[in-house]
Design a protein around this ligand. Structure first.
Ligand SMILES: Nc1ncnc2c1ncn2[C@@H]1O[C@H](COP(=O)(O)OP(=O)(O)OP(=O)(O)O)[C@@H](O)[C@H]1O
Ligand SMILES: [Mg+2]
Length: 232
């Protein structure tokens, strides 16, 4: 098991956002976390990363308890993050942003040339300042930065949001590539059909609770269940 979340409750001040959510991901498994706005998807990722630590319940990564661990320690252990708002340093060049993400973990390391194979445009952006990049270009930088950190688990928060179809395809191909390399993925997506096509299993969340857990193939085939859970 790469990630094992048991019954977490997470709060923002006086507001409870997660009410006993449980979720697990095996090594090399791609899991989608779906659900409506405000369901608690980003909060789940923030809890894993220690940015909004769970008040109750436990989170284990790679066999170690990380429930109350500092974010930088969790990152150094091999949890990669592609945030919904990208979080690129705007006044730094692309190559500097990428260099800042580099680290060694016990997991596979990636080279810049491998990033250029995945995102062919990236090579020509290396000397550009990040503030002038398009949304799609920033997403390429955010994903590459996460991979250069040698993750064993990558958390993607709405990676296809606002991207052209070609870049969405590149993102989904990257997720499949990670799976083939034995790296685990947790992907939060509004674009549920794209996510279902690349993932093994799905959790659906609503109002801070997991309301469905099952195989992706089942949701792809069962239109009635899909309509009921996702409205599509
Ligand atoms: N910083 C915060 N302070 C207070 N409440 C917050 C904060 N961030 C999120 N919340 C609340 O926690 C709940 C879960 O929010 P979260 O961002 O995890 O949802 P989400 O599933 O990621 O939604 P979306 O699809 O819109 O991104 C919501 O009710 C939200 O209003
Ligand atoms: Mg969110």
């Amino acid at each position: 098991m790469m990630l094992d979340i048991q019954n977490i409750e997470t709060w923002y001040g006086e507001t409870q956002a997660l009410f006993g959510a449980s979720l697990n991901i095996a090594e090399g498994e791609v899991v989608a976390l779906l659900g409506p706005n405000g369901a608690g998807k980003t909060t789940t990722l923030r809890s894993i990363l220690g940015l909004s630590p769970a008040r109750r319940g436990t989170i284990a990564f790679d066999g170690k308890d990380i429930t109350s661990t500092a974010t930088h320690v969790i990152a150094n252990a091999g949890v990669g993050w592609v945030p919904d708002d990208r979080r690129i340093f705007p006044t730094l060049k692309v190559k500097t942003n990428l260099a800042l993400g580099k680290k060694k973990t016990r997991f596979r390391s990636w080279s810049e040339s491998e990033m250029f194979e995945i995102f062919s445009a990236l090579e020509y952006l290396m000397d550009r300042d990040c503030e002038n990049l398009s949304g799609g270009e920033m997403q390429m930088v955010a994903i590459s930065r996460a991979l250069l950190g040698s993750p064993g688990l990558v958390l993607f928060d709405e990676p296809s949001q606002g991207l052209a179809p070609k870049v969405v395809q590149d993102v989904m191909k990257t997720i499949t590539r990670l799976k083939n390399e034995g790296i685990s993925v947790l992907v939060v997506e509004q674009n549920a059909m794209s996510a279902l096509e690349v993932c093994d299993r799905v959790y659906v969340m609503d109002h801070g609770r997991i309301v469905h857990e099952g195989g992706a193939a089942q949701l792809l085939e069962d239109e009635a269940l899909r309509k009921q859970l996702l409205g599509i």
